[in-house]
Design a protein around this ligand. Structure first.
Ligand code: FAD
Length: 538
C-alpha cells in the first residue's frame, strides 16, 4: 500500500528529533509534527555525559559545544547520612567522558530539531496531532492532525513514532499507561538571575539538596540564570498549593533550604513559578502494529538522576533503528520490537531501583516525606532489584550508584546482596585466572542453568540485524554475541572438552590449530569469570 511517508514522528523534543534525524540520514522520507513553535520552554536542563556519542552520531557535537552551555563535570548533593555537601565528578566514574552540559532547553531542543530538518526530515511546527489512524486490523496507519492553519489533515506511513513526551498521546489513546505509585511527586520550578555557584571544581555541577518536604535542584545556566526546582509529594503539594498558591509555596519552601538558599542570597527571582506533574509511569506496551513509543511517551522516571533527556536521546536512536528494520527487513521487526521493549524496560527498572534506593537511604532527615519512602529490610526481592545488585556489585565507582551505597543508609538486605554478588564475582574471576591453560584445555564447559542461545534481532549500526543472543533467566533480553562466540557457546554442552570444541570450531573458522585453542581457552576463561558457563566438574 502506498503511503505519504516512510515514518511519521509526533513531537520534536530530544526523542522525536533524534529519531527523525537518524531516519533522514538513512534516506527515509520522514514527517515530524510538533505542536509548538520552537524555541519553546521545557524543564530538564541537566544532561549526562553518556549522551555525547549520540551528539556525534547526529553530527551536532560541535554545535552543542559552541553554544556556550555550562560544562557539567559532576553532581553535588546534600543527601544520605550527612548534611554536608558531598560531590563527585564524572571523571571518577568508569565512563569515557568527563563532562556533560547544563543546557537551556529552548536552545538545545532547537539545535536538535533544526538538525532533523537539515538532514532532510519534513519538520512542521504548530501542528498538533489529534489521534492515530487505525485500520480494521488494529494497525496504526498514520495520524490525524491540525496543520498551521488549523485545518484537519491526515498523513500515512508504515510506522508512526510517538515522541509526544508527557502528553503520552498513544498511551492515552490505547490505554497503555501504568502510573508508578512509588514516585507520585509534583515539581515547582523557576529561574533566578545572578547568585552564586558552588566552588571549583563543582561550579558547573547540579546541586541537589534534600530537605524535610522533599528535595530541590539548582542548575547553573550559561545565560546568567539558575534553574531552581522543588520535588514534593503530590498530595501534600496539592494541599499546600490550595492553601498558599504556587508562588508563595515555592518561595516558602526555598526558604527552608540551607545550601541552595545560601547560593541564591544575592539572586532575584525571574518570572513565574511553574507547576508540573512529576509522577513516574511505565507503559504496558511500547510497540504495536504500525507504532512505537519513545522517550517520555514510553515512560517517565523521577528526575533525581537527570536521566530523562539521555533516555529520550537513546530511545530516539533505538526507535529509528526499529523503524529502519521494519521498513527494510520486516521479518525481523517482531524480534526487534521485543529487543526494543526489553532494553527500555531494563533501563526503567534500573533507574527505578536506583531512585527507590536513593529515597530509601536518605537517613539524614526524619519527616513524613522521608519516612514514607523508607525501604524495609525485606522489601528487596523483585527481579529488577536482583539485576540492579548484579549491575552495581563489583564495579568501579559509577556516579550515583556507588555514591548511594557509600553515603546512604541502605537496607541491610541490600548491602548484604551487594557484598555477596561482589564476593561471587571476585571468586569467579580469581578461579578462572588460577586455572592453567592445560586444566582449561581438558575442562568440560557447560552453559549455566537457564542460559540459552537464540537467533534474533541485535542492534547494528543503524538498524536491527539477525544475530545471536545469549539469554539468561536474569537477563531475558540477553547479551548479543558475535558468531564465533555463538559457535563456541553452542558447543558448551557439558560433553565436549575445550580441546574438542576448538577442533570442531576449526572446521568453521580459519586460524591455525594453536591459535584457535588459545582463542577458545581465553574465551572460556572470560565466560567463566562472567558466570555464563561453568566447568562440568565444578
Ligand atoms: C521536574 C522535572 C525535572 C527534570 N529534570 C531533568 C534534568 O535535569 N535532566 C534530564 O535529562 N531530564 C530531566 N527531566 C526529564 C526531561 O524533561 C524529559 O525526560 C525529556 O524532555 C523527554 O524528552 P522527550 O523528547 O521524550 O519529550 P519532550 O521533551 O517533552 O518533547 C515532546 C514534544 O512533543 C510535543 N507534543 C506533545 N504532544 C503533541 C501532539 N499532540 N502533537 C504534536 N506534538 C506534540 C511537545 O510540544 C514537545 O515538544 C525532568 C523532568 C521533570 C518533570
Amino acid at each position: 500500500m502506498s503511503t505519504d511517508f516512510d515514518a511519521i514522528i509526533i513531537g520534536g523534543g530530544p526523542a522525536g528529533s533524534t529519531a527523525a534525524s537518524l531516519l533522514a540520514i538513512e534516506g527515509k522520507h520522514v514527517l515530524l509534527l510538533e505542536r509548538e513553535v520552537f524555541p519553546r520552554a521545557h524543564v530538564g536542563e541537566s544532561l549526562l555525559p553518556a549522551s555525547l556519542p549520540i551528539f556525534d552520531a547526529l553530527g551536532i557535537r560541535e554545535k552543542i559545544s559552541n553554544a556556550g552551555f555550562v560544562e557539567k563535570y559532576g553532581a553535588a548533593m546534600v543527601w544520605g547520612n550527612t548534611r554536608e555537601i558531598w560531590s563527585w565528578l564524572f571523571a571518577e566514574t568508569k565512563g569515557p567522558y568527563e563532562h556533560s552540559y547544563q543546557v537551556t532547553r529552548p536552545e538545545f531542543d532547537q539545535i536538535l530539531l533544526e538538525n532533523a530538518g537539515s538532514k532532510g526530515a519534513v519538520v512542521k511546527e504548530s501542528c498538533q496531532v489529534i489521534k492515530p489512524l487505525v485500520d480494521d486490523t488494529g494497525t496504526v496507519t498514520g495520524v490525524e492532525y491540525f496543520d498551521e492553519q488549523q485545518n484537519l489533515q491526515m498523513a500515512s506511513a508504515p510506522i508512526t513514532i510517538d515522541a509526544s513526551g508527557q502528553q503520552t498521546l498513544f498511551a492515552n489513546f490505547f490505554g497503555l499507561k501504568n502510573w508508578d505509585n512509588d514516585f507520585r511527586h509534583l515539581a515547582l520550578y523557576g529561574y533566578y538571575i545572578g547568585g552564586d555557584h558552588l566552588q571549583p571544581p563543582d561550579q558547573g555541577s547540579i546541586l541537589i539538596e534534600s530537605y524535610e518536604n522533599g528535595w530541590a535542584w539548582k542548575i547553573p545556566l550559561h545565560n546568567g540564570k539558575s534553574s531552581v526546582g522543588l520535588v514534593l509529594d503530590e498530595s501534600w503539594g496539592q494541599e499546600k498549593i490550595k492553601q498558599f498558591g504556587t508562588d508563595a509555596l515555592f518561595a516558602g519552601e526555598i526558604d527552608k533550604l540551607v545550601e541552595i538558599k545560601n547560593l541564591l542570597r544575592s539572586a532575584t527571582f525571574d518570572g513565574e513559578t511553574i507547576l508540573i506533574k512529576d509522577w513516574s509511569y511505565l507503559t504496558k506496551q511500547m510497540t504495536g502494529d504500525g507504532y512505537i513509543l519513545v522517550g517520555d511517551a514510553a515512560c517517565f522516571i523521577d528526575p533525581l538522576f537527570s536521566s530523562g533527556v539521555h533516555l529520550a536521546l537513546q530511545g530516539g536512536v533505538l526507535a529509528a533503528a526499529y523503524a529502519v528494520t521494519l521498513l527494510e527487513d520486516p521479518q525481523l521487526a517482531r524480534s526487534a520490537a521485543r529487543q526494543y521493549e526489553a532494553t527500555y524496560r531494563r533501563r526503567y527498572g534500573y533507574f527505578h531501583e536506583l531512585a527507590r534506593l536513593f529515597y530509601g537511604s536518605n537517613s539524614s532527615l526524619k519527616s513524613q516525606f522521608w519516612t514514607e519512602r523508607t525501604i524495609s529490610a525485606d522489601d528487596w526481592s523483585t527481579q529488577s532489584r536482583e539485576e540492579f545488585v548484579n549491575i552495581v556489585a563489583g564495579n568501579s565507582p559509577e556516579g550515583y550508584e556507588r555514591v548511594v551505597i557509600e553515603q546512604g543508609h541502605a537496607p541491610e538486605t541490600f548491602v548484604t546482596a551487594i557484598q555477596t554478588a561482589e564476593i561471587e564475582r571476585v571468586n569467579r574471576a580469581t578461579k578462572s585466572q588460577d586455572l592453567n591453560n592445560q586444566q582449561l584445555v581438558e575442562g568440560i564447559p557447560q552453559l549455566i542453568e537457564g542460559a540459552r542461545l537464540v537467533k534474533g534481532a541485535v542492534l547494528g549500526s543503524h538498524k536491527y540485524e539477525l544475530g545471536y543472543i545469549l539469554q539468561t533467566d536474569q537477563r531475558p533480553e540477553g547479551y548479543p554475541v558475535i558468531t564465533p562466540i555463538a559457535l563456541l557457546l553452542n558447543l558448551c554442552d557439558g560433553k565436549r572438552t575445550v580441546e574438542q570444541i576448538a577442533e570442531e570450531m576449526q572446521d568453521h573458522l580459519s586460524p591455525d590449530g594453536n591459535e584457535i585453542v588459545t582463542m577458545v581457552v581465553e574465551a572460556v576463561r572470560n565466560l567463566l569469570a562472567d558466570g555464563l558457563v561453568h566447568l562440568a566438574a565444578d
